[in-house]
Write a protein that binds this ligand. Structure first.
Ligand code: KIV
Ligand code: ZN
Length: 519
């Protein structure tokens, strides 16, 4: 009989707070819906007191995602906890996750508090959270470097105060599997009331051991694992959800545990996250990397042809990578497109199908065979458009060696079209300067990446940009067979997002002004 391990996904909190992985509230809701389809037990949706955007995202996810428990992070203070609850209150299952550091290093240098003060603050935090929600998780930050006697005292006290889950993070990724497993074992032996709580682990990957440490922990009694899609997270990241889940699925002989995760949703989750953040996984990443299931060496290929078991320990299908039964092209209709998306696990609304079909026919004019990854790129490319949006109407570039590139650009804002031109250091730079002239939005491009979704000269390229407008970073993403057009679309998405944020802010300021005038 396999024991159940709860999967606590922190892609939208620990993952999202790491550099290069930020998402806006709409994107976070989209990702949360996919995590719901993946059937994780808990979604940590954010850190509500950290920013307005985080608060809004947690509130929206709590309102709209009903399957998993929704958790919000808070430091161990009443203000933080209240703010977390304010965001979580509409969740059908809410969890307040409160934390404080317990290691002497953190107490001395960061918190400047004594062990007794931290113990008392921990108890008070859990009691406070418990008055708001039944489900309260307490984390001893830097647990793996905390004095074991003190750690046991804190754990016993917070369980007595009502913590339903106690989490022991390896915050700096310092632990090694044998030692981390022993830590969990010791705690289970020494903490009297440990049976009243679920013991959780949260491992960082600084030494590349996050998944190994999580496995060692469950072998010693931990029953919740905190992890992220693609292993994103602070510094070297967190334990990767897909690696942990597939290790359990592939080695039930040694690991008699199960999770509720629908493994066939893993690849889709990984692709969506990369599309939303621009953070691609390396080709040789376990489970979801482009090479994870490809066999290049002649001897391996020969073995695979004779029996897949020779070199394949799990199938690509088991994580949701499907092989085409149908290649789409210029003559494929809406029905074939809909059917292919269904085979890939996406059920599209009529509106989504209309949008995707429009993009698909454009792509089919340029590319003979449209592969599954192209289709997913088109779907993830769907741009949110509102009244502030500029759309590319036409683009001409002149470029060459020894000449400055020139771009002539026509943008439409839904009411009228605007034409301007600019020169620059290459066609993309020239086009970006022309966008600036038309939109009057002067941004600083801080990141630009381009990668091909499939292979061949007509492959679809995905472009990601990060642009700073008035000290705020906005991201943009687009997919196209033409890298200059893709680059323009991605930049325009960042501009449109900045314009829409500016409009939302001036609407808020207007309300405040009206309220002040009314007093
Ligand atoms: O790594 C860590 O210690 C954390 C806690 C806030 C849970 O992310
Ligand atoms: Zn962490």
């Amino acid at each position: 009989m396999k024991e159940n391990i709860y999967i606590f996904d922190t892609t939208l909190r620990d993952g999202e707070q790491s550099p290069g992985c930020s998402m806006n509230p709409k994107e976070k809701v989209k990702m949360a819906r996919q995590l719901e389809a993946l059937n994780v037990d808990v979604i940590e949706a954010g850190f509500p007191i950290a920013s307005e955007g985080d608060f809004e995202a947690v509130r929206e996810i709590a309102r709209s995602v009903k399957g998993p428990t929704i958790a919000g992070l808070s430091r161990a203070t009443p203000v933080d906890i209240d703010r977390a609850y304010e965001a979580l209150q509409y969740a059908s299952k809410a969890r307040i996750h409160t934390f404080i550091a317990t290691s002497d290093i953190h107490l001395k240098y960061k918190l400047k508090k004594s062990r007794e003060e931290v113990l008392e603050q921990s108890i008070k935090a859990v009691e406070h959270a418990k008055r708001l929600t039944q489900d309260v998780e307490f984390s001893c930050e830097d647990a793996s470097r905390t004095d074991i006697d003190y750690l046991c005292r804190v754990i016993e006290a917070v369980i007595a105060a009502g913590a339903t889950v106690v989490n022991l993070p390896d915050t700096v990724g310092y632990a090694i599997p044998s030692e981390y497993g022993d830590l969990i074992k010791t705690i289970r032996e020494r903490v009297k009331n440990i049976g009243n709580t679920v013991l959780s682990v949260h491992c960082h990957n600084d030494l590349g051991l996050a998944v190994a440490n999580s496995i060692a922990a469950v072998m010693n009694g931990a029953r919740q694992v905190e992890c992220t899609i693609n292993g994103i997270g602070e510094r070297a990241g967190n334990a990767s959800l897909e690696e942990f889940v597939m290790a359990l699925r592939t080695r039930p002989d040694s690991l008699p545990f199960q999770t509720g995760v629908i493994a066939e949703e893993i690849y889709k989750s990984s692709r969506l996250l990369s599309s939303l953040t621009g953070m691609m996984v390396q080709r040789n990443k376990a489970i979801v990397g482009a090479n994870a299931f490809s066999h290049e060496a002649g001897i391996h290929q020969d073995g695979i042809i004779k029996s897949r078991m020779t070199y394949e320990i799990m199938t690509p299908e088991s994580v949701g990578i499907k092989h085409s039964t149908l290649v789409l092209g210029k003559h494929s209709g809406r029905h074939a497109l809909k059917k292919r998306f269904e085979e890939l696990g996406y059920s599209l609304s009529t509106e989504e199908l209309d949008n995707v079909y429009r993009e698909f026919t454009g792509l089919a004019d340029k590319k003979k065979e449209i592969l599954d990854d192209d289709l997913v790129a088109i779907l993830n490319n769907e741009v949110e458009k509102d009244e502030f949006s500029y759309v590319l109407a036409s683009l001409q570039v002149m470029t060459g060696t020894g000449v400055r590139s020139t771009a002539v650009l026509e943008l439409s804002d839904g009411r009228q079209s605007h034409v301007d031109s600019a020169t620059g250091d290459g066609p993309v730079d020239a086009a970006y300067k022309a966008i600036e002239r038309i939109t009057k939005m002067n941004g600083q491009l801080v990141d630009y990446t381009i990668s091909s979704v499939t292979w061949g000269g007509d492959a679809v390229g995905e472009v990601f940009v990060k642009v700073i407008f008035n000290d705020v970073v906005f991201t943009g993403h687009a997919a196209s067979t033409d890298i200059v057009t893709g680059s323009v679309d991605a930049y325009l998405q960042a501009v449109n997002r900045a314009l829409s944020a500016r409009a939302a802010k001036s609407a808020d300021d207007e309300i405040v002004r009206n309220q002040a005038n009314a007093v």
